[in-house]
Every structure is written in structure tokens, then in C-alpha cells.
Design a protein around this ligand. Structure first.
Ligand code: HEC
Length: 149
């Protein structure tokens, strides 16, 4: 009986240890580096680039060349301030309360998970911005100059 109880204690200590490890894993997961190529570019491609590309840049905001996304837009606000989503008009327009200002224009808002990804990507420095569309090496098929994570 004694042996049985201490065995049970061992099991529950292991159980708590597992929970703590899982908690840490979850926290560190949410801070993983966002890949522009894999996670952000498809969202912009689907929802934004038709109006904010390299040629058509509605509101003076374009997502193909970094300089067009990082500069002041027509409203005088800056499109993307790397590291600062709250100062980035791109992020503000995704969460705007006024449907006439919220992007994508005249469409349903992006999914909460997509908005969170874009926010984290801006927080992490808006890496690889302006390298849209991806260039691939004809020789190896590898992406060139992209965030390869
Ligand atoms: C159907 C076309 C269309 C789509 C799609 C669209 N936009 Fe816009 N966007 C506009 C127009 C037109 C303006 C200028 C009017 C305004 O400022 O609201 C604008 C303005 C903006 C501005 C502000 C420019 C300024 O002057 O401050 C940002 C930032 C922006 N869009 C980001 C986005 C993002 C990010 C997406 C994708 C999630 C997106 N837009 C999708 C048409 C579009």
C-alpha cells in the first residue's frame, strides 16, 4: 500500500511537470518568428495587392516595394512602422471600427488570426517586406532574398 501511494505521487509530479513544460512551450510558440513568405504574403496577395500593388497604389500605399509601404501615405500617416503596429496605418486599417476605412475595402474584415499574424510580423520588424512576388532560382527552385524560415 505504501509503495502504491508513493508511486501515485511520482505519477502526479510527472503530470505537473508535463503541464509546466507544455505551458512554456505554448508561450514560446506564440513568439516564434513569423515567415513573410509562408504566412504574410499569401494574406496580402489574396486581400490587398489588387489595390495596393506595384502600379496601383490606392491611398499612396503599395505592398510590392518596401519604400511604398514604409513611406507616408496620402493621408499623411505612415503605412508600416517596423516594430510598431499601433503607429502603422496598415494595422490600424485592419482593425478600424469604420467599415468605410477598414481594409480590405468593401470586404469582410480579415480573420482575427490573420490580423494577429500581421500585427506580430510588424512587431518583429516587417521582415522581407517588398520582396513580393517571390523570386525563385531557376537552377535550384530556392527562393531568393526571402525570409526562408
Ligand atoms: C478594392 C480595393 C482595396 C483593397 C482590396 C484594399 N484596399 Fe486599402 N485602400 C483602398 C483605397 C481606395 C484607399 C484610399 C482611401 C482610404 O484611405 O480609405 C485605401 C487605403 C488604404 C490605406 C491608407 C492609405 C492612407 O492614405 O493612409 C492602407 C494602409 C490600406 N489601404 C491598407 C490595405 C490593406 C492592408 C489591405 C488588405 C488587407 C487593403 N488595403 C485592401 C482600396 C483597397
Amino acid at each position: 500500500m505504501k509503495g502504491y501511494i508513493s508511486k501515485m505521487e511520482g505519477v502526479s509530479a510527472f503530470y505537473y511537470f508535463t503541464i509546466i513544460v507544455l505551458l512554456f512551450a505554448t508561450v514560446s510558440c506564440s513568439e516564434e518568428r513569423i515567415s513573410f513568405n509562408a504566412q504574410i504574403r499569401p494574406i496580402l496577395n489574396k486581400n490587398c495587392v489588387s489595390c495596393h500593388g506595384g502600379i496601383k497604389q490606392s491611398g499612396g500605399f503599395g505592398l510590392v516595394f518596401a519604400e511604398n509601404a514604409l513611406r507616408k501615405t496620402e493621408s499623411g500617416k505612415i503605412g508600416i512602422v517596423p516594430g510598431k503596429p499601433n503607429q502603422s496605418e496598415m494595422y490600424q486599417r485592419l482593425v478600424h471600427h469604420d467599415p468605410e476605412q477598414r481594409m480590405p475595402l468593401e470586404e469582410a474584415p480579415l480573420k482575427a488570426s490573420e490580423i494577429t499574424l500581421i500585427k506580430q510580423w510588424i512587431e518583429q520588424g516587417a521582415q522581407s517586406l517588398g520582396l513580393y512576388p517571390a523570386t525563385t532560382s531557376a537552377a535550384t527552385g530556392d527562393p531568393i532574398g526571402m525570409d526562408q524560415q
